[in-house]
Ligand binder design. Structure first.
Ligand code: SF4
Length: 325
């Protein structure tokens, strides 16, 4: 870790959304989507970001790509603060960072042929000098992603879900990016297809030294691909560390419960493990004081209500936010 180059860094990254009452157009409250996240992502690694729905993981992914403006805090990409870049500089920077979405059908324009979908970023950034060069590049990208180039004049609806995700990945690769944020990229696919797409992502990473931020609610999928894992709850990082160490020995109570709920094949036992988490996920509009996890945590004390735990190094390369650590 020490000798690795930091590609992306979040510094006190915070995103709040104002919710508006539909009838009066008045502000109803503030959604604390991401709160004070500090994170470093190393070049060539896969950082898995896990947590239940609404924990802020997708918002974090979009903030790191500067698709969303932070309310506070900074994103540093390759040493440059994205918030300080001029429009033209940011446009140029965008080539280096791409996203693959959960639903490949919704993210592909149904009226465009596959060739034009994959070529779109090349056209936008004036990468190729002729149509022939563009087509050759599209063919090459499709082939690398396991789609036969002769299919490039078909439309998205003529492909299966897995094939459409391959097309999305080909499009994401078109500008030769360094960072790809994959937001639940296999969640909409059958289990048998999931491993094919994960293998494709792994092969492309090895070939191109890609850096992935891999967002998923599925801990087994994250384990398969990630070098490190970041566990989030209600907009904050609970635990961050090397994947095999976290899965072997989780420290934060929330990570423990998440992992206890995963590997049990017996649905009754799985339910039991889930039930160990008391209560519903609190609202991000009105998060609990102190530790955001305290209303679900069986170990919570008065201190947990009064004081938010900081993310501290609990062991080498392991960071945990809990007063018990
Ligand atoms: Fe539980 Fe307190 Fe630790 Fe939060 S800080 S996880 S409430 S023990």
């Amino acid at each position: 870790m020490e000798n690795k180059k930091i590609l992306v860094e979040a510094k006190n990254l915070t995103k709040e959304f104002t919710t508006v009452s539909s009838s009066w157009g008045k502000s109803k409250g503030i959604v604390h989507a991401v709160t004070d996240v500090n994170l470093q992502v190393y070049e060539g690694e896969t950082l898995g970001v896990v947590g239940e729905s609404g924990c802020g993981k997708s918002t974090l992914g979009r903030l790191l790509l500067h698709l969303l403006q932070p309310t506070r805090g900074d994103v540093i990409f390759d040493g440059q603060n994205l918030g300080e870049l001029k429009e033209a500089e940011m446009r140029n920077m965008r080539k280096q960072m791409q996203m693959v979405f959960q639903d490949p059908y919704a993210s592909l324009n149904p009226r465009l042929k596959i060739r034009d979908i994959v070529a779109e970023p090349l056209t936008t950034h004036n990468i190729t000098k002729s149509k022939e060069e563009e087509t050759a590049l599209v063919e090459d990208l499709l082939r690398k992603c396991g789609i036969r180039p002769e299919f490039m004049y078909r439309y998205p609806h003529q492909f299966s879900g897995g094939q459409r995700q391959r097309v999305s990945i080909a499009r994401a690769l078109a500008l030769n990016p360094r960072l790809i944020v994959c937001d639940e990229p296999v969640s909409a696919l059958d289990v048998s297809i999931q491993s094919q797409i994960l293998n494709l992502l792994g092969d492309l990473q090895a070939e191109r030294n890609l850096t992935y931020i891999f967002i998923s609610h599925d801990l087994s999928v994250v384990r398969y691909l990630s070098d490190r894992v970041c566990v989030m709850f209600l907009g904050k990082i609970c635990e961050l560390g090397i994947t095999r160490e976290i899965y072997a020995d989780p420290i934060h109570p929330y990570t423990k419960f998440l992992l206890e709920a995963v590997p049990l094949p017996d649905p009754e036992k799985k339910k039991e493990a889930k039930d160990m988490l008391t209560g519903e996920i609190p609202s991000p509009v009105n998060p609990p004081s102190g530790c955001h996890f305290r209303t679900r945590c069986p170990f919570a004390t008065e201190r947990c209500a009064a004081e938010a735990p900081e993310l501290k190094e609990a062991a080498p390369h392991r960071y945990v936010a809990c007063h018990l650590v």
